[in-house]
Design a binder for this molecule. Structure first.
Ligand code: FAD
Length: 223
């Protein structure tokens, strides 16, 4: 796929910071759950500014779906997306991405880092193969949890939340630690999938190394 224009069908907030965008799907788009594409805004001054975003829909859907965290302070592409409406065009380009399902394990996401896992979990649900997979999801507050209801329904007690800026009765409070992973994750010889901002990824990879999780069992992508 190269520079395909796609019309936005709907654009709305999924959380205070995250846009849920659904677009038309060009024919011949093929991707593996977890993969991303390069997106441009089809608007003067923005056609050369490509940014990577992950497909959150299933490959067989007749639309494309994205969950995009916006950073208004950076005055970049995600800020510009905030001014778009249904009927406006995006351009989608190459398909790529380092995260793909390899087997049961623990998925650890920070904020918008959950997007590759959305497609993977939806795919596993479709195949009746959710198994013992667990999702540990770190956010600042409860309102920031992307697709909270869907994950709760899909994963039940295997959906484990931790909040760094809001204390609740329901969820853990603070940062992910080695002890938290040991208590809430799957066996240490299963797969660990990581996706989030670089400082979080660095910290968790160190913890997994300390816990002697083999490097070839860690599947990761930095956002
Ligand atoms: C494979 C892959 C898939 C991804 N999928 C998704 C997804 O599905 N959903 C999602 O929400 N995100 C996803 N991301 C992350 C997403 O690509 C970035 O958040 C996005 O590119 C930010 O674009 P931007 O133009 O708004 O800001 P940027 O291009 O990051 O920044 C614009 C300018 O702001 C300044 N700036 C940059 N970083 C900072 C900072 N930390 N603090 C202050 N100023 C800064 C710089 O001057 C920069 O030039 C993905 C990333 C990768 C690698």
């Amino acid at each position: 796929m190269k520079n395909e224009p796609v019309k936005i069908k709907s654009i709305a907030h999924a959380t205070p910071d995250v846009l849920h965008i659904v677009t038309e799907k060009p024919s011949g788009v093929a991707f593996v759950p977890g993969q991303a594409t390069e997106i441009f805004i089809d608007k003067k001054g923005w056609q050369n500014e490509g940014r990577p975003f992950t497909f959150t829909c299933l490959p067989k859907a007749d639309y494309l779906e994205f969950m995009i965290k916006t950073y208004p302070e950076r005055k970049g592409v995600t800020n510009e997306l905030l001014s778009l409406k249904a009927g406006d065009n995006l351009i989608v380009n190459d398909i790529f991405g380092a995260i793909e399902y390899k087997g049961e394990g623990t998925f650890i996401a920070g904020g918008a880092g959950v997007t590759p896992f959305i497609a993977i979990f939806r795919d596993l649900r479709e195949k009746n193969s959710l198994g013992t997979n667990k999702l540990i999801f770190a956010n600042k507050t409860m309102a920031d949890i992307i697709l909270k209801d869907e994950f709760e329904k899909m994963l039940g007690k295997n959906f484990i939340n931790i909040l760094s800026k809001e204390k609740t009765e329901k969820y853990a409070y603070g940062q992910i630690s080695e002890d938290f992973i040991k208590r809430n994750g799957t066996a240490l010889d299963s797969y660990f999938y990581l996706c989030g901002p670089p400082p979080m990824m660095d910290a968790i990879e160190k913890q997994l190394n300390n816990l002697k999780v083999p490097a070839d069992k860690i599947v990761k992508e930095e956002f």
